[in-house]
Design a protein around this ligand. Sequence first.
Ligand code: GDP
Ligand code: ZN
Length: 458
Amino acid sequence: MLSDTIAAVSTALGEGGIAIIRVSGPKAISEVAPLFRSTTPLTEVASHTVHYGHIINPVDGERMEEVLVTVMKGPRSFTTEDVVEISAHGGVISVRRVMDLLLQQDIRLAEPGEFTKRAFLGGRIDLSQAEAVIDLIRSKSDRAFSVALKQVSGSLSERIKSLRHTLIETLAHIEVNIDYPEHDVEEFTAEFIKAKSSEVMEGINKLLKTANEGKILREGITTAIVGRPNVGKSSLLNALARDNKAIVTDIPGTTRDVIEEYVTINNIPLKLLDTAGIRETMDVVEKIGVERSKAAFSDADLILLVLNANEELHEDELALMEQIHGRQALVIMNKMDLPPRLDKAKLLTFFDESSIVPMSVLEEEGLDKLEEAISELFFGGKLESGDLTYVSNVRHIALLKKAYKSLQDAYEAADMLVPIDMIQIDVRLAWEQLGEIIGDTAADSLLDQIFSQFCLGK
Ligand code: GDP
Ligand code: ZN
């Protein structure tokens, strides 16, 4: 079915030190061989060996590029097919010269994600692992990276498989008893179905609980810093960024209205938004006519309201507090190095003591308390670094919910002693829905959709 051979540049384009061009398919070795001049012809080298040589133009023998070529014969390769990787000098021109020659052979340009798709179709990884590869490429923090890495290695798959195993056992049990429909057996089977669906529902719930954390770990907690002009919002953003510089900084950050900064606090990625941005006159949210700032405020998972402890509460600030009501928020009483003028009792009518953090950004006092408060807020201090199995993919979440619903139906039907073969349908459905997560029962169109999210060359 996958009889053609594909190629793409697998490293980021541009001025890298080296660029790797990956070729995969049954003709990978035989089609690259005529382009490669070295001491040993490529068709004769052992698998998993690296060779120095030149890419030549097969027409006139002209040397086009100095390269290292790695040969990995299937199934011991990423795609499970024969793979040839050509390491060329980075740079657009050198890469294009090699690609041009490859595409003149019986090799076509790979679609985005096609290498990973082949790895999946070759049975080397399952669907949730393939999706984790996408996450891995995109992960914005160290911890998100660990989560994705763990998923690549199959921890979510393991859990799903074990839940499905329970369902298969249940189905088998039902199958046996359908043939013996005496009344007492039926009742016994109904009890069995109830117990087993509860067990699996509980397992699904556990996974779903991690979903929100998973999303946060992947995308970062969107944190809006709000407050009147001059209270120290930008100073706070800078201080947090200085202490916790994000692992990945290549995300386009500054826009006209909102300044974004990615930081990691106690391993939790935060997307900090200084909503005042460049124009300080628009600090108070009500007065912000800029849609982006408004959106940043209303979409934020967490709000950091900065107040000046050296001043009395301003009516704008009271209005802000009203707006923040019911949201996850921390109040920062900044400028504690100056004489206190802020009426804390008034603050306490809006906020818990625990969500008020006294601080002096100038003297770097209280930053650690803020960092603690943030991690307390989101993980209740309960996030164990050992257990990183998180569901973070919207498709997985939707399927888990569907499977849960199917089992709930099965449970209720069993409770009402509905004929067993009717219940069987729901149990089977749950089994299929869980299977879709790992790609066991996934339709082809779904596969295409998933793999097209990859960048070229992955
Ligand atoms: P923003 O308008 O809310 O972004 O406020 P800025 O971060 O630009 O700070 C306004 C002024 O307050 C600057 O001169 C800061 O140096 C000063 N500032 C910030 N934090 C503190 C603090 O903790 N103590 C004192 N005394 N001044 C501060
Ligand atoms: Zn500012």
